[in-house]
Ligand binder design. Structure first.
Ligand SMILES: N[C@@H](CCC(=O)N[C@@H](CS)C(=O)NCC(=O)O)C(=O)O
Length: 248
């Protein structure tokens, strides 16, 4: 990993959805920052150097004036506090509360729902090649017990069809709730584009991965309209929130 040379640095990975939320905020605010790539399949996120910044061993981590800030939704709010213009949090407390409900749902449900299917395709092909000794060594370096178990699963017992079906049910639930909230719209938290819209964007861009399970954005007309408006924002392209292409 590169060394920090700027007062605003983001440790991230291009395909990491949590990193993408923060990159979108940085681009909306047109902040210049140093991007430091963390190679997740080389396990740089579990190195002592990185764990000193982010004790959970996840990307992203923002380092501002030498101070690390972790957790993507917290980083997004932090950036909006220290660089308030243009504001990404609605002014009205009720709309701000709705924005936070979306942040919470994304953190507690959406991240996991997408992780289950994605990790089988993205992480398992590497992890299943490890010897038993290597599995033991790699798992020792993973600090969060739940994530350690996820890595063990990738090495030896990938997520089952039943677990993926459960994840897909949560994705459908998310789309249903988005469709309902957009009825009040035009944005997820109300009148203005906000962090709520940013939080969902890296997951909606990956919906195509679930097409064979019958999930289609076109079946959610308000979401499809919202997606058209969101993806035409110049910051979206600069943040590089693109569908993920898997090796065949
Ligand atoms: N709640 C965390 C989750 C971050 C997260 O799960 N990051 C993934 C990439 S999207 C990661 O670091 N994966 C590598 C690993 O767990 O070893 C956040 O929102 O920042």
């Amino acid at each position: 990993m590169d060394r920090i040379t700027s007062s605003l640095a983001l440790y991230h990975a291009w395909v990491s959805s949590a990193s993408r939320r923060v990159r979108f905020v940085l681009e909306e605010k047109e902040l210049s920052y140093q991007g430091i790539l963390v190679n997740l399949l080389a396990f740089e996120q579990h190195s002592p150097e990185y764990l000193a910044l982010n004790p959970n061993g996840f990307v992203p981590t923002l380092v501002h004036d030498g101070q690390p800030v972790i957790e993507s939704s917290v980083i997004c709010e932090y950036l909006d506090e220290v660089h308030p213009s243009p504001s990404l949090r609605p002014a009205a407390p009720i709309a701000r509360a709705r924005m936070r409900v979306w942040a919470k749902w994304t953190d507690e449900v959406v991240i996991r729902a997408f992780q289950v299917a994605n990790w089988n395709r993205m992480m398992a092909p590497t992890a299943r090649t490890w010897s038993d000794e290597e599995v033991e060594r790699r798992l020792k370096a993973v600090p969060v017990p739940d994530r350690r178990e996820d890595w063990r699963r990738m090495a030896r017992e990938p997520f089952s069809e039943a677990e993926i079906a459960h994840a897909v049910a949560n994705i459908r639930r998310t789309l249903d709730r988005m469709e309902a909230d957009l009825g009040r719209g035009p944005w997820l938290a109300g009148d203005t584009f906000s962090l709520a819209d940013i939080h969902l964007s890296p997951y909606i861009v990956r919906l195509g991965e679930h097409e064979e399970r019958g999930i289609r954005l076109a079946d959610y007309p308000r979401c499809a309209d919202w997606w058209g408006r969101l993806t035409s924002r110049p910051a979206f392209a600069r943040a590089r929130i693109e569908p993920v292409v898997f090796a065949a």
